[in-house]
Design a protein around this ligand. Sequence first.
Ligand code: GLN
Length: 486
Amino acid sequence: MELHKLTLLEAFQGLRDKKFTSHQLTEACFEQIKKYDDKIKAYLTLNEAEAYTQADAADQKIAKGESLHPLEGIPVAIKDIFCTTNLRTTSASKILENYVPPFDATVVKILREAGAVILGKTNLDEFAMGGSTENSGFWPTSNPWDYSRVPGGSSGGSAAAVAADMGFYSLGTDTGGSIREPASFCGISGLKVSYGRVSRYGVMAMTSSLDTIGPFGKNVADIAMIMEYLAGPDSKDATTPPVVVDNYSEEIKQDIKGLKIGLPKEYFVEGMDEGVRQTVLNAAKKFEELGAEVIDISLPHTDLAVAAYYVICPSEVSSNMARFDGMRYGLSKRDGKDLLDIYLDSRREGFGAEVKRRIMIGTYALSAGYYDAYYKKAMQVRTLVRQDFEEAYKQVDIILTPVAPAPAYKLGEKIGDPLAMYLEDVFTIPASLAGLCGLSIPAGLVSELPVGIQLLGKRFDEKTILRAGHQFQLATDYHLAKPELK
Ligand code: GLN
């Protein structure tokens, strides 16, 4: 049996029924990593010794006949922006190259307490700034479907790991598209949760008013199950309100007869890939066959969202990056003559080009005299974008859109052109500005590359997009397509 190819739920059932052990599941993942990860480069750090200890602990429980947590003994990959004790956490930045956090992020703690097997930490764009995983301070990750292409970003390592069966599921973060876009490019399922649905404590902040974290999985049913454990309030994160966590695994079983799905005309723009457009329209037809009603809607301020995001994000970045001063964490260059030299030398050497670009833009936008013209204006646009969605959700239950304008592009193709890279986020950023949840699921191949569709839900209404996504996967087999690894 090819254990690495199982879904999370299949792995759990097999463990419980003693068809195989957690040790074997872990071995299957590491074998896959050893075979392919020197080409894909999804992982920054492996956690092999501890992973086997965790696996053996799960196996002992099973041997004793104790009941199993659904995540227990199952190997997971974690984006290297989540703090993990005893395990290097770099955020793919040279400034944190040797940083080992003294605490676990809340979600990591949840996984550890459940008995999950942590395989290692995955690559990303430095501090999650980017859309291709090429901004990593260490190396770019390749797309498992075509090694000459990007896996998407910023959570590209986490997406590539699951797509290549080097982990049963993984964790990522999504500020402006960083889970949805790589899920689409790598042909897997990924959920961006509503702002505040999952604790961000211990996850390094990029844009605090937008950052969210969420899972990648081989299908929606797996994601629904994971979410039951990740979601909920955390006393350590004041942005997580006490909203009831739904029983997602049960909710997704209901059919979608009568569900109203909006198709916003602003998401079918000139210049987008024809194959992508067709993929989304085919999915809309499929939803109709399943009993949903597809309704044309308008989100009129969509075209302003990217510009507003690229003011708000750098502004918050400039503030969040201030803590990396060469004194408290990571890299500290002390050859200069005074304190200022330590700051300047450490940050000059530690940060990559995109991080520096955003610090510069953000510092400018927030400076006296410019604040009203840039930051305040961007926040006003953000309100308009949010209001568009509020209006739309009076008519529809969820919204269906493309994830990205085209399938995965070539490594190096856009890296020299930050604006072209920013425009890749046109379809993911608006929902981020509005704090909504979004699910990206495979919906077909275009030029032999996977293409996803995006389902956007109201804030805290993860259950409805998960249900639509699961019902879609029950009726189609796009999510079963796998890359041929070489
Ligand atoms: N590509 C977007 C950016 O560069 C989104 C990144 C993210 O969601 N972390 O900011």
